[in-house]
Design a binder for this molecule. Structure first.
Ligand SMILES: [Zn+2]
Length: 122
């Protein structure tokens, strides 16, 4: 793959290396400033990571940004929104697709309800 770096390259940043064509990745789509790649361990068919082609440091504290699109993905409010979930070491929170969550509560049991309430079924 050949590509040009469109911005500053983060030191040791694998996404910058992929964007520059210096590291292998399965690129699904590339736009002028963004690309979509298949993660090393996708959790479902069609799982991609969308990232800016130039390095954008994440200077906010540890957090997960999560969004859902469609009822099958547990979206309950049909208005685009993103959950910002602050994290800390050993906080015990699991991502919706993590084995811990699936084993404890079954898949699709987290709601995107603004109250953060849990539901029994997707
Ligand atoms: Zn980078």
């Amino acid at each position: 793959m050949t590509a040009s770096v469109t911005g500053p390259v983060g030191d040791g940043c694998v996404f910058c290396a992929i964007a520059a064509g210096l590291a292998p990745a399965q690129v699904v789509r590339r736009w002028s400033d963004t690309l979509a790649i298949v993660p090393l361990n996708p959790v479902a068919d069609g799982h991609v990571i969308v990232l800016p082609a130039r390095h954008v440091p994440d200077n906010v504290g540890p957090a997960n940004l999560i969004t859902s699109i469609g009822a099958e993905a547990t979206q309950s409010v049909r208005h685009l929104h993103i959950h910002l979930v602050p994290r800390r070491a050993h906080d015990g929170l699991a991502l919706p697709w993590s084995p811990a969550r699936s084993a404890a509560a079954g898949p699709g049991t987290v709601s995107d309800d603004p109250t953060g309430a849990w539901i029994g079924e997707a």
